[in-house]
Design a protein around this ligand. Structure first.
Ligand code: ZN
Length: 230
């Protein structure tokens, strides 16, 4: 179980963890970001979630069957958390809005972790790095929402701690009005993330009819080459 965030000295020490590690054994962790009631049906409801639910479920089933570590990185806010001044109250700790949606119901155990957070990134003061390190994880597979906010900050946290990063492109979404390709392109260009479909990640065949929506990852880099922003 991850701990609640500590924005004091401990957070500074965590941020300075070495990026080069020698304890890797090739384990993957699927990090499901903010698939919570308030982000699907409540205060910050996002209609785009509907399109990613099926891929998310398939990815979760696969991850469990493949023995990956699974992390539910869940907002669990307390009054006064800095980002509440931007978004208003959402996913307050202990409320129904902070519960994982039933379609992705957790099965907590030593390899399926509920990891509450009080800021955007899954690594921000949560102790997640130490948990993953202890389990031999060297690659994180990111899914959930939002591509341009919490998924992005989680990707940054993974990068500076030395993890390889994969983003499940049809299992993440941003807010309506945000360009998904731009959001994914940023992750690829700035954090070196591999962008792959759930079908690719679960070794399904493209011809099976299970691949829908977005195109494979290669065109993002080609289209965005030389047009980095920020
Ligand atoms: Zn939040």
């Amino acid at each position: 179980m991850c701990g609640f965030p500590d924005y004091g000295i401990g957070a500074c020490a965590d941020a300075l963890a070495p990026a080069v590690r020698d304890d890797r054994v090739g384990m993957k962790a699927l990090i499901l970001v903010d698939m919570l009631e308030d982000f699907v049906h409540g205060a910050l409801a996002n209609p785009r979630v509907e399109a990613i639910l099926d891929p998310l479920q398939r990815l979760l089933v696969y991850a469990r069957s493949a023995g990956w570590v699974i992390v539910y990185s869940n907002d669990a806010h307390e009054p006064g958390d800095p980002e509440l001044s931007i978004w208003g109250e959402h996913a307050m700790a202990g409320t129904p809005g902070a519960e994982v949606i039933r379609e992705l119901e957790p099965r907590p155990n030593e390899r399926e972790l509920l990891c509450p957070k009080r800021a955007y990134g899954a690594f921000d003061g949560t102790g997640l790095d130490a948990q993953l390190r202890a389990l031999g994880v060297d690659e994180v597979v990111l899914a959930g929402q939002h591509t341009h906010i919490c998924v992005r900050h989680t990707a940054y946290g993974a990068l500076v701690r030395g993890y390889a990063i994969t983003v499940a492109r049809d299992a993440v979404c941003a807010f309506e009005g945000v360009d998904e390709e731009d959001a994914l392109g940023y992750l690829q260009d700035v954090y070196g993330a591999r962008i792959a479909t759930v079908a690719e990640l679960t070794h399904e065949r493209a011809s099976s009819g299970l691949v829908r929506g977005r195109r494979p990852s290669a065109p993002i880099s080609a289209r965005r080459r030389g047009v980095l922003r920020r």
